[in-house]
Design a protein around this ligand. Structure first.
Ligand SMILES: [Zn+2]
Length: 191
């Protein structure tokens, strides 16, 4: 399977009030999740392993973001894995808004099934303080629209919620989160 740590390089993604960059947290969680999956015998391919934005170098400043998404999507389609999961963090103006949420492409039944299994794994495996939001169909996200294999975007939590940000930065919570996510991914693979 492919794990895609969102953003990177010139694109920090969301930035918390304290200056935590989404791209950094995405990579930490992606690596931890990759390890959980590899320990369970799953072959994991990462679209980035450091602070780089795939495809950004070859693009003009104004089109870097799209070039980055294109490069990730092309990589996923080239590898043609069973499934792909793109890791992100959310943000919202109201700092009390929190929770984990899975997005899938509205025209993909396989994506919808994957999202349901991931949501179930989070409901079973995360502490009560974590709000597990209902999975949501999306018609526009470039990566979801253009990948040729079942794919989801996993928004792990809200950087704009101080309590949730502390949890996401906490190693014990990261482990618990990644164990739950790994169980969901294994379920998606029929394991
Ligand atoms: Zn993001």
């Amino acid at each position: 399977m492919v794990l895609d740590a969102g953003h990177g390089g010139a694109d920090p993604g969301k930035v918390s009030e304290e200056g935590v960059l989404e791209k950094d947290l995405n990579l930490v969680i992606t690596r931890r999740l990759a390890k959980e999956l590899e320990d369970a015998g799953v072959e994991v391919i990462l679209t980035r392993t450091g602070d780089e934005g795939p495809g950004q170098d070859q693009a003009e400043a104004g089109s870097r973001k799209l070039a980055d998404l294109k490069a990730r999507t092309e990589r996923i389609n080239e590898e043609y894995p069973d499934l792909a999961v793109s890791i992100h963090q959310n943000s919202y103006p109201d700092p009390s808004v929190r929770g984990v949420q899975v997005f899938y492409y509205s025209r993909s039944e396989a994506g919808e099934r994957m999202a349901a299994l991931m949501e179930k794994a989070f409901r079973e495996g995360l502490p009560e303080e974590t709000r597990v939001r209902d999975s949501k169909a999306n018609e526009e996200y470039y990566l979801l629209r253009n990948t040729e294999v079942p794919a989801i975007i996993l928004e792990c939590g809200f950087l704009s919620c101080p309590e949730e940000l502390s949890l996401l930065m906490d190693q014990d919570y990261q482990e618990q989160f990644c164990k739950a996510a790994a169980r969901g991914i294994l379920a998606c693979m029929g394991k």
